[in-house]
Design a protein around this ligand. Structure first.
Ligand code: Z15
Length: 870
């Protein structure tokens, strides 16, 4: 039925209401209005930054209208919703993306031109929102874009860090230096809505006292406030504009007035500082949780050394998000038994695993629901995505720290151990008092596998040791409805390695795969507008269609045979190379040879990703070139190799790899014999925005992890979508990309996953010297030790990782790697055939749209449906 108008004169409201600016004149009016009012400036004193801000505020107004309508619509319809809990959202810039999704880029370009500005200059003014480390955080951002574009009622929940991932500087010696990233310092962030009215209290420390009825009273300790900031997430060619809610921590009261009045000012502000500290900075560790040798934190990050703040971040965020989710559910007025019919919660890795005990706490202690029913609700609501099988990246929290910071949650975790494994209440109480994993010997596991003590120890939520530690992946697994990996191979590895015992205990059906995806809006239309336009022209469909139905790219296949089309395709790649060269020239003052093949490896620095293999291969190439005659060199295909990526501040070996790359580049680039044939660049401060310039320019990109170590990879998808060919190992999503584009269009090398374990074993117990195993590599290592790239001694710790254990199997894969690069050179000689490969690669990448991935989550896990805003 029609609702009654809530207040005042309906017509006055209707007349006053504005709609989205869709034509150039309303765009310019809106921008000028913001210049004059919001910025209090005029045409006379407006610079690029001011013009960007005014234009951004104008787009913000449009977004707010759509966002408001969407949220109202979702509230009215009350569909089942999904919540994506991620400690990282690596959003990058918003302005261009919002304009493209709204379909207003042309109007704004024309508008700002009329106002005397250049659109490209304005786009460059925006700082990246870099609230993430790498793949995991960028995946979350792609999934938000796809949820909105597919009109799915999905919200993201994260933290509003004051400082994003550190800015990377490279010293003249090649050392990585870290600088803070105060991304909000420039004043207002136009892409968020502060919701000071939406806030929750979050408790830490204190005491938890069990009550006879099974509940507990958690009291005392520290209370802080979580305040909501809403980031608008526009869908592509739809009104649907979803929400990313980021929490900021605040002291509950400004400062402790008692201490203040007693003259103890330091103590007075101490508690308020410690509250604000919770959301001050993103942790820069990527895959580097529990490894001492990789965590010798250095000066600028000493305040992060203690792990307590990281656990505080995790609880603060999950507690605020769950309070918000539960409050929204209660507004619907349904009984809690129906909670899983209205709410799905996706855990992005184990970082939000505390959502499981926290939801139990809310249901039991606050809603007075008995244990069994509460556990049913939780295990039908929560879903867990695993992103790595590397042992050092699996989260574990010391029991003493958990007991201190979250006493009630630790009780609940012990109770899960006992209940889930079927203990009676009396035994359970004793166990809780003893806090002993001896009592995790459950009847259920015991019944299924009698006498298998090793299995019980392996499966326990609590790892024995000093201290004992809670295994978050085990908790996430038993507390979830479904567990998934992020590519076929990786999902199989999850089932056969880290969660093998759980598969044997609970059965296969809980475990599945959702291969990652990327949004074609940012990673094709936005970063490669010329290619996007060529695709629309060729397919004779508007991009609003194929960008949301990426399998349509298949329609490009016949054009691989079309000479004219190939010419246009190659010309666009060439202009993208020139765009990158221009960027390098203006930012670093370096000249890049745009007549060369562009070879790119851009990702976090990590031993398993093997940037070392790449740089050792480059040095091998250099040595080979040096030995050639001038005549031989004439036949060589020129190559420019780009690296970019950040190392965790305490990851010594990764930093040393950067140093080797930078110093090798310095020597190689200065050599007149080879300068036209081989140059190397390490581009500092890798970011989403830098990726947007690099990816469209590549001829080949490298994804060369030791087989079985890269869960998926997503930049591999971005390069291939932009017609760059893949050089890689048989790992992660590389495998599915090869399946999709055809093995003859990728360059695979290296040992396969099943061989890796055996080879490592051999390296441990029957080591073979590098000289014997791989003479070509030995020569490269000798040159480095001998000082070809500066004091050789500096690199010994890095080279020794290869000479000694060679855990990541550089010596095993080096020859076949060099072989693959030779195949690349061969293939590149036939320019026309190469372009065909490039076209066919793009044409077959439809599967890797994050729209496909998010729809798999929506349909097979969450059971949510599109809710279109009309
Ligand atoms: C991260 O970026 C990834 C996994 C992790 O466990 C952490 Cl802590 C950070 C990456 C994977 O390494 C990458 O292979 C995958 O594509 C990405 O997550 C998204 O699933």
């Amino acid at each position: 039925g029609k609702e009654k108008w809530p207040r005042g004169d309906e017509n006055v409201w209707k007349e006053g209401s504005r709609s989205v600016n869709t034509d150039v004149s309303s765009v310019t009016k809106s921008i000028v209005n913001h210049v004059q009012t919001s910025l209090a400036r005029q045409a006379y004193n407006l610079d690029n930054l001011g013009a960007y801000q005014a234009a951004a505020l104008s787009v913000r107004d449009d977004l707010i209208l759509n966002w408001n309508e969407t949220q109202m619509h979702y509230t009215r319809k009350a569909p089942k919703r999904a919540y994506y809990l991620s400690l990282e959202f690596l959003m990058g810039r918003t302005f261009d993306n919002a304009l493209l999704n709204l379909g207003l880029k042309d109007q704004y370009r024309e508008g700002v031109t009329k106002l005397g500005f250049n659109m490209e200059d304005l786009l460059e003014q925006e700082r990246d929102a870099a609230l993430g480390n790498g793949g995991l955080g960028r995946l979350a951002a792609c999934y938000l874009d796809s949820s909105a574009s597919q009109e799915l009622p999905v919200w993201g929940y994260g933290l509003r860090y004051q400082y994003g991932i550190f800015q990377q500087l490279i010293s003249p010696e090649g050392q990585q230096l870290e600088q803070p990233d105060p991304w909000l310092a420039g004043g207002e962030n136009p892409w968020e809505l502060p919701r000071l009215d939406v806030s929750y209290e979050v408790r830490f420390y204190g005491t938890a006292e069990r009550l006879p009825d099974g509940r507990a009273l958690w009291q005392g300790g520290q209370e802080v406030l979580a305040v909501a900031y809403d980031v608008m997430v526009p869908g592509c060619y739809t009104k649907n504009t979803n929400n990313l809610r980021l929490w900021e921590s605040k002291p509950k009261r400004g400062f402790d007035l008692n201490s203040f009045n007693a003259g103890d000012y330091e103590h007075a502000v101490e508690s308020s500082n410690s509250a604000a500290a919770i959301t001050s900075v993103l942790y820069p560790n990527d895959h580097t949780n529990n490894n001492e040798s990789r965590d010798r934190s250095q000066l600028s990050y000493t305040h992060l050394v203690g792990k307590e703040l990281r656990l505080k971040q995790q609880y603060f965020w999950t507690a605020a998000s769950l309070a918000d989710i539960v409050r929204r559910f209660k507004n619907i007025g349904k009984p809690f038994s129906e909670f899983p019919d209205y709410v799905a919660i996706q855990l992005n890795d184990t970082h939000p695993t505390l959502a499981i005990p926290e939801l139990m706490r809310i249901l039991i202690d606050e809603e007075e629901i008995p244990w069994g029913k509460a556990w049913d609700i939780v295990t039908n609501t929560v879903f867990y995505t695993n992103h790595t099988v590397l042992p050092e990246a699996l989260e574990k929290w010391p029991v003493p720290l958990m007991e201190h910071l979250l006493p009630r949650h630790m009780q609940i975790i012990y109770d899960i151990v006992l209940h889930d494994e079927g203990f009676s209440c009396k035994v359970h109480r004793q166990a809780v008092l003893l806090k002993s994993t001896v009592l995790t010997k459950s009847s259920a596991v015991e019944k299924k596998f009698p006498g298998d003590r090793d299995r019980l120890a392996r499966m326990s939520l609590i790892e024995e040791g000093f201290p004992k530690q809670v295994r978050m992946a085990h908790l996430a697994c038993i507390g979830s409805r479904k567990v998934n990996g992020v590519a076929e191979l990786h999902s199989d590895l999850v089932k056969t390695t880290i969660l093998k015992d759980f598969v044997e205990f609970e059965g296969q059906s809980k475990f599945s795969n959702v291969t990652n995806g990327i949004t074609p809006r940012r990673w094709l239309d936005q970063c490669n507008p010329e290619l996007s336009a060529l695709i629309s022209k060729t397919l004779k469909v508007d991009k609003s269609v194929w960008l949301k139905d990426l399998d349509r790219l298949k329609g490009l296949l016949p054009y691989a045979e079309d000479v004219e089309f190939r010419k246009e395709w190659a010309a666009i790649k060439q202009r993208n190379k020139e765009r990158l060269a221009h960027h390098v020239e203006t930012t670093l003052g370096l000249t890049v040879n745009t007549n060369a093949m562009f070879d790119v490896q851009i990702k976090r620095l990590h031993e398993y990703k093997r940037q070392t293999l790449n740089i050792l291969g480059v040095i091998h190439r250099y040595l080979t070139l040096k030995q050639m005659s001038a005549a031989e060199r004439k036949k060589v295909n020129p190559r420019v190799v780009f690296f970019a990526g950040k190392a965790a501040p305490g990851y010594y070996i990764a930093k040393l790899t950067i140093r080797l790359i930078v110093n090798a580049a310095r020597i190689i680039n200065a050599d007149p014999d080879t300068r036209d044939l081989l140059t190397v660049y390490f581009l500092p401060d890798y970011s989403v925005s830098l990726a947007e310039v690099l990816i469209p320019s590549s001829d080949i990109s490298q994804h060369i992890s030791t087989a079985g170590t890269e869960a998926s990879g997503t930049s591999n998808m971005k390069f291939c979508l932009n017609g760059g060919l893949l050089v890689g190992t048989v790992d992660g999503a590389n495998i599915e990309i090869a399946e999709a584009v055809g093995e003859n269009n990728v360059f695979f090398f290296g040992h396969l996953t099943p061989a890796v374990e055996d080879l490592r074993y051999q390296h441990m117990y029957r080591p073979v010297p590098v000289e014997e195993k791989c003479p070509a590599l030995a020569k490269v290592l000798d040159k480095i030790s001998g000082g070809m790239f500066g004091d050789g001694g500096v690199y010994e710790p890095l080279l020794n990782t290869i000479r000694q254990n060679d855990y990541y199997l550089i010596t095993e894969d080096f020859d076949s790697y060099i072989g693959a690069l030779e195949m690349v050179d061969q293939a590149y000689l036939d320019k026309e055939e190469w372009i065909k490969k490039s076209i066919r690669t793009t044409a077959n990448m439809g599967k890797f749209s994050s729209d496909r991935a998010i729809l798999e989550y929506a349909e097979s896990f969450w059971s949510i449906e599109p809710v279109k805003v009309t």
